[in-house]
Ligand binder design. Structure first.
Ligand code: AMP
Length: 936
């Protein structure tokens, strides 16, 4: 065929008109791989006229031609020539495709029908020039997955409307993976977007709705005006969650970890997890049970139980949650990951995380994006999270979408990972149950995140004393008249004779009787027996308990060899090789150990004793300051090797991951992980200590207060590089003062280890001792290579962690001492250097290695021989308003003689943590050292 005849052929076919751009897209996919497109399209393109010009030229000609057509076409309703049946069939395929793409825009998602749905031109028959073909039959049944191959357009159109434009709005065409896309298509289209639920299942849904509504009404009547953040309007959440749990059982799920904010939480606690109603009523009445610490308000409480399903019992854990919206999501993921690893479940098939979001929060809170970004990474994936949005269309008082977000849907953020999104009308419980199963199936098949947007409303105000009509007058006029989901569903079931007339009322009464009894109202509730962790040995321990720190030197040496060994086939980078060689020498020639070696040995000893270790953070594999190199990279193949994973055949697991570039979600994930895994060391490392600022909410609301509020222990360790080395305002300070300010009731441990032996021991202590409390380590930067910051192997094997270290220089005789400097961390080395240079042997220097819990006893012992000294100084590198001076001064004073004077040597108070100019930094440093050592 000649070029001009090809042009003629194309002009006379359905390739013309405004179809050009669309068909070009399919054609491009076909060119990349014919299997990328449906069989129907494949046939069309394979039947294209063959030309004498090469296939490639032919393709590019056709492509160019589509492009020119696409440019020329401006009228979306331009008439397309319809020369033959095949052309019409293609247009029918286009129609189907349009529904897949845009059907959700016309779906009836809003129970309140607040806004008129804008018609989408692509969903009309006119748009595809098919208006007069309603009674013609087309051979597209197999595309739609319908039973018959040939179908009338009328039936096709109504099937499309039913699948894509009723109570479910499916968004999945943004997914690039063809298999996933086809799978979703098949699952939606084969069933016409509905399931044939049995009568029992339908009665179950009605019962669950009755429970959801009944509980709120009961609480409303019993405790009028009390805050409960009622679920009303989003009642379908309860049957949805129960259906997800039940159905996930059929996929082999053994544990479900759930995270949610306060809206509907009480309902979830009582109607899904099985909290005793009397316990809740007591909380409403203000009774303080035998709870630990401060406790927390009722709508933050977590709960654990087992749930009976026909496939076996499933353990449920509802994570405790502070008020900060969305921050619980990474916590849930971390908890799920720890549980999965315990099962050896690498795909996440045994543990299902469910996170429940608010519509404004999922769009507004950045931590959500962080968790999506983490969802497929090696260090953080959990085999997919089912994310449910309780979309009540009001963000506190903001109901105008243009004020709450810049995207059409609140769920658009999920598209960053190409997650499928199923919007569903909460007033259609069967559609809700259908998408619940679809989501479970999808996650089970693809191990990826999936989103359900439960479009509902909020029957009352933000809380029960709020008046929503003040800010949403029209919405609340409609809500007042709107029947509840239970009423609507009961009417539907009565109308189609699924249930008898008496059933709805008898369910209401049955549920009410259960509430009156004050017992658990969940029929599926079972006592906990199915969780795979045991915390009993970690409960009720105190920080100063004895622990076994001793380790045979020969064992240490053996382990040191192992952590320095790697296969001959691995070619190390020169600098790494040098470091490994030096470490080798440290052992072979009995040389002192540096920081990196001692830290690595701590890990080696722990995994050797079957403890598990997980380290994540920015650059953690090699260490920000090039000191760790726990992960080595072959310079020829880039292959990685981790010596700490090759210690012995039955060693504990050693995981180390460079984290995604986040602090908030990553730290929350590690908190979740550590609260679910007591038998090991979980470490998060900041690249620089100040980066922890980005995760302050996790530190404030979980790490420092979780045990007091919720009785949840957590042995998480944070490595925060800290020290004044002239790197400017941000990379000098890990904001020690903030951690110290949070210290009370021995909630966390804050340490500033000053030697390799100290980091070795404090890391080991964190695991070997059975107390599980967070450990915050101000870790060093320049000390990693400081010639005096070294320890002997004997200090490792036969030493222990010293919470304070007295004077170690034998030249300093206690009787001659006139002044005592108390300090922590790197400044110690500057002080001893200057003291030596000035031969000022009348000053003793005492290091406080653990600033909290404060080591009174140890310091009193150390100070015993200096009773005659009346001059004390606290020396710090930080400005006066920062560091330990303000927050720990009372502790320093408590260990020095009553009449002694305690002064301050450090930088002057400053708004910024450090100066930006090296010269100023050095001057300040010099001054504070001199000031501290000054005897006058
Ligand atoms: P879960 O698997 O999270 O549902 O926890 C089951 C039970 O283990 C809880 O009810 C607690 O008794 C206990 N438990 C779980 N995590 C912790 C923790 N971090 N600290 C103390 N006890 C815990």
């Amino acid at each position: 065929m000649q070029n001009n005849s090809l042009k003629k052929w194309m002009e006379s076919s359905y390739f013309s008109g405004n179809n050009g751009a669309y068909i070009e897209e399919i054609y491009e996919s076909f060119l990349n791989d014919p299997n990328n497109i449906s069989d129907e399209w494949k046939q069309v393109f394979q039947s294209l006229p063959q030309t004498e010009i090469s296939q490639e030229v032919n393709h590019s000609k056709i492509r160019d031609y589509f492009r020119s057509l696409a440019k020329e076409t401006t009228n979306p309703y331009s008439v397309v020539k319809d020369p033959d049946k095949q052309a019409k069939e293609v247009r029918v395929l286009q129609l189907i495709n349009s529904f897949r793409l845009y059907g959700h825009k016309e779906a009836k998602l809003d129970p309140l029908n607040l806004k008129e749905i804008d018609k989408v031109p692509e969903l009309s028959l006119y748009h595809h020039n098919l208006a007069d073909a309603l009674d013609e039959s087309f051979d597209v049944g197999s595309v739609l997955g319908l039973s018959k191959d040939k179908l009338k357009l009328r039936d096709i159109y109504s099937a499309l409307k039913q699948i894509y434009c009723e109570s479910i709005g499916a968004e999945y065409m943004h997914i690039n993976n063809i298999e996933e896309k086809k799978w979703i298509q098949k699952n939606l289209e084969l069933s016409l977007g509905t399931s044939n639920f049995t009568q029992d299942e339908k009665i179950n849904f009605l019962y669950d709705l009755t429970a959801a509504e009944g509980m709120e009404k009961y609480l409303g009547a019993k405790f009028p005006g009390s805050k409960r953040f009622s679920l009303e309007g989003g009642d379908s959440l309860i049957p949805m969650i129960k259906e997800i749990i039940r159905f996930s059982g059929t996929k082999g799920v053994k544990e479900v970890v759930i995270g949610m904010a306060h809206r509907g939480r009480l309902n979830m606690l009582v109607n899904v997890i099985g909290k005793k109603t009397q316990d809740l009523f007591d909380e409403f009445s203000g009774k303080h049970g035998d709870t630990w610490g401060t406790g927390d308000v009722k709508y933050h409480q977590g709960f654990s139980a087992d749930f009976h399903t026909p496939s076996g019992n499933i353990h449920l854990a509802l994570a405790f949650n502070p008020s900060h919206l969305e921050i619980v999501n990474p916590v849930v993921m971390g908890s799920a990951r720890a549980r999965e690893e315990r099962y050896g479940d690498l795909l996440g098939e045994k543990v299902l995380p469910i996170t429940i979001h608010g519509d404004s929060a999922i769009a507004g809170q950045g931590v959500v994006a962080e968790t999506f970004n983490m969802s497929q990474t090696r260090g953080y994936k959990v085999g997919g999270t089912i994310r449910i949005v309780v979309n009540n269309q009001v963000g506190f008082t903001t109901s105008r979408p243009e004020d709450t977000r810049s995207t059409p849907y609140c769920t658009d953020i999920a598209k960053m990972v190409q997650a499928p999104i199923f919007h569903v009308n909460a007033d259609d419980p069967e559609a809700v149950a259908f998408v619940s199963r679809l989501a479970v199936n999808y996650r089970d098949k693809f191990n990826r995140d999936v989103v359900i947007d439960l479009v509902c409303y909020r029957r009352h105000g933000h809380n029960e004393s709020d008046e929503p009509s003040a800010t949403q007058p029209l919405m609340y006029k409609i809500i007042k008249k709107h029947a509840t989901t239970r009423q609507l569903y009961a009417e539907k079931l009565l109308k189609n004779n699924t249930i008898e007339q008496f059933v709805p009322t008898s369910l209401v009464n049955e549920y009410r009787d259960l509430l009156d009894k004050g017992e658990c109202v969940v029929k599926e509730w079972r006592p906990m027996n199915n969780q795979n962790s045991n915390w009993s040995k970690y409960l009720s321990h105190e920080w100063d308990e004895e622990w076994e720190s001793h380790l045979d030197i020969n064992v240490l040496k053996e382990l040191a060899k192992k952590v320095n060994s790697y296969p001959d086939s691995i070619k190390l980078h020169n600098r790494v090789l040098k470091l490994y060689n030096i470490r080798q020498k440290m052992i072979e020639e009995n040389m002192p150990l540096d920081w990196g070696m001692a830290e690595t040995l701590a890990y080696a000893t722990l995994v050797n004793d079957q403890y598990q270790i997980r380290i994540t953070g920015q650059d953690s594999g090699r260490g920000t300051f090039f000191h760790r190199h726990a992960v080595i990279h072959d310079q020829d193949s880039s292959k990685e090797y981790i010596p700490l994973q090759h210690i012995s055949d039955n060693q504990g697991k050693f995981y180390i991951y460079d984290s995604v570039l986040s602090e908030e979600a990553v730290l929350a994930f590690e908190y979740g992980y550590a609260t679910a895994e007591p038998n090991g060391l979980t470490i998060w490392e900041a690249q620089f200590g100040d980066f922890a600022n980005g995760a302050q909410v996790v530190i404030d609301q979980f790490i420092s207060s979780g045990e007091q509020k919720w009785g949840r222990m957590c042995g998480l360790t944070m490595l925060l590089p800290h020290g004044y080395e002239g790197q400017g305002p941000e990379h000098s300070s890990a904001r020690l003062e903030r951690f110290l300010q949070l210290c009370a009731e021995q909630n966390i441990q804050v340490v500033v280890p000053s030697t390799p032996a100290q980091i070795y021991h404090v890391l080991r202590r964190q695991v070997i001792r059975t107390m599980r409390r967070p450990l915050v380590i101000m870790s060093p930067k320049s000390l990693l290579r400081h010639p005096q910051c070294i320890s002997s192997i004997d200090e490792l094997g036969n030493g222990s962690f010293e919470s304070a270290i007295g004077e170690v220089d034998e030249k300093i005789l206690a009787a001659n001492v006139e002044k005592i400097i108390l300090c922590s961390g790197k400044v110690y080395y500057d002080l001893i250097d200057k003291r030596e240079k000035t031969k000022n042997y009348k000053v003793a220097i005492i290091r406080i290695e653990q600033l909290y819990p404060f080591p009174y006893k140890k310091l009193l012992e150390i100070l015993q021989e200096y009773k005659h000294v009346n001059s004390y100084v606290w020396c710090q590198e930080e400005p006066q308003n920062q560091g330990a001076w303000y927050s720990s001064q009372h502790n320093f004073r408590s260990v020095i003689p009553e009449k002694a004077e305690l002064s301050y040597a450090g930088r002057p108070a400053s708004a910024s943590p450090a100066v930006g100019y090296l010269s100023v930094h050095l001057k300040q440093q010099e001054a504070l050292i001199e000031d501290a050592l000054n005897l006058s």
